[in-house]
Design a protein around this ligand. Structure first.
Ligand code: NAD
Length: 357
């Protein structure tokens, strides 16, 4: 069993800790928090060994929240550390992991230079095998690379253009916004998201634009892909659907499900009993998949709090040398119940009809 420490127990850290605890070949060595708040109490209630920074231990003592030691103690006791602290803090923590010779996995807001490689399990698992420092890319980058990798493998991609409609903040972030506005974000075009995708798919020609809206549930991507080979105009949307439907961590939302919004997708996940209503997969609306003059279009929704969670689990297997990519993805998916569609039953693809109906 590989012992995994989780440093930073917020939106991502608490989900990653639960996912690690569900794996057959890993155990949670402990989690580290900075404050004896509700999150710390929840970690204790789950039976996780709780750790705190050395200079903040008295806060936990005063609040009657017991710890098992410092963050450094946790790092020393871990075979691998997942750093799920806010952007920039991971880089500050990196020398601590190095000092203990503990491989570390960082998150998307860190600069790519923090790690030997950026990572998504489908695009470049092998690059992370045996690495000391790996960066799991952001939620948007993870979602894009999962979609683009199988398409590139099958038909080749000449270029990609994506408009990312970004959620303003997570549900537990009352200080984020906008409340009642729509922002070009960033105003500069292309946005930084394209170069981030290139950290895992370096050959890809991709440009992105970002828009932020008053929503907390998910991101929505409007994707346009110029294919290298559209079979002389004979490539049917059904072939794209079939290829994507066979892919791990892509959920093709059938038309007859009647789910036409991100809120609807979250509701499906909650009804399916997913923990925290999490949607680990990309959600691609089947009826949005269209091909015209070699251009492939679709809409996909990304649950920003959840899609990087299985990727962190796979990153642990890669750095610890526990499995190759396909086996790791299968183990992770099985342990989470991820291959079970969030929709309870198998739905056929709807016939979208002809142009004159
Ligand atoms: P968060 O604020 O919810 O949680 C961060 C945790 O780190 C908290 O428990 C906080 O107490 C702790 N922490 C440790 N050291 C800290 C310090 N010096 N200052 C402040 N807090 C400290 O953050 P998050 O949303 O879980 O994001 C963590 C990382 O995951 C970031 O790199 C982020 O970009 C990435 N990520 C976030 C999302 C998302 O939608 N929330 C999605 C994908 C990736």
């Amino acid at each position: 069993m590989v012992g995994v420490g989780v440093n930073g127990y917020g939106t991502i850290g608490k989900r990653v800790a639960d996912a690690i605890a569900a794996q057959p070949d890993m155990t949670v060595a402990g989690v580290a928090k900075r404050s004896p708040d509700a999150g710390a109490r929840s970690a204790l209630a789950k039976g996780f060994s709780l750790h705190a920074p050395a200079d903040r231990m008295d806060r936990f003592r005063d609040a009657g929240v017991p710890t098992d030691g410092t963050v450094e103690d946790l790092i020393a006791a871990s075979d691998v550390v997942i750093d799920a602290t806010p952007g920039g803090v991971g880089e500050q923590n990196a020398p601590l992991y190095d000092a203990h010779d503990t491989p570390a996995i960082f998150q998307g807001a860190e600069d790519p230079s923090v790690a030997e490689t950026s990572f998504t399990a489908r695009a470049n698992y092998a690059d992370a095998v045996g690495a000391d420092r790996v960066r799991v890319v952001s939620c948007n980058t993870t979602g894009l690379s999962r979609l683009l990798t199988p398409i590139d493998e099958t038909w080749g991609i000449e270029r990609v253009r994506v408009t990312l409609v970004r959620r303003g903040g997570d549900p537990a972030q009352p200080d984020r916004g906008p409340i009642d506005d729509i922002l070009p974000d960033p105003i500069e075009v292309p946005s930084h998201h394209g170069p981030d995708v290139q950290t895992v798919l370096p050959e890809l020609d991709i440009d992105t634009m970002g828009v932020t809206v008053p929503a907390t549930r998910m991101h929505l991507h409007a994707v346009s892909i110029t294919l290298e080979d559209d079979l002389d105009g004979d490539l049917a949307p059904e072939a794209i659907r079939d290829r994507l439907a066979g892919q791990s961590r892509l959920f093709l939302v059938p038309g007859d499900l009647g789910v036409e919004s991100c809120g609807g997708l979250k509701e499906v996940a909650k009804d399916a009993g997913r923990p925290r209503g999490d949607v680990w997969e990309n959600c691609i609306w089947t009826d949005s998949i269209a091909v015209s003059d070699g251009e492939l279009y679709c809409f996909q929704a990304i649950h920003q709090e959840a899609d990087v969670v299985p990727e962190n689990v796979d990153a642990v297997r890669a750095v610890a040398g526990l499995a190759d990519g396909p086996r790791s993805r299968r183990l992770t998916n099985d342990a989470l119940g991820l291959e079970d569609s969030p929709a309870a039953v198998d739905h056929p693809v709807r016939d979208v009809g002809t142009a004159d109906d």
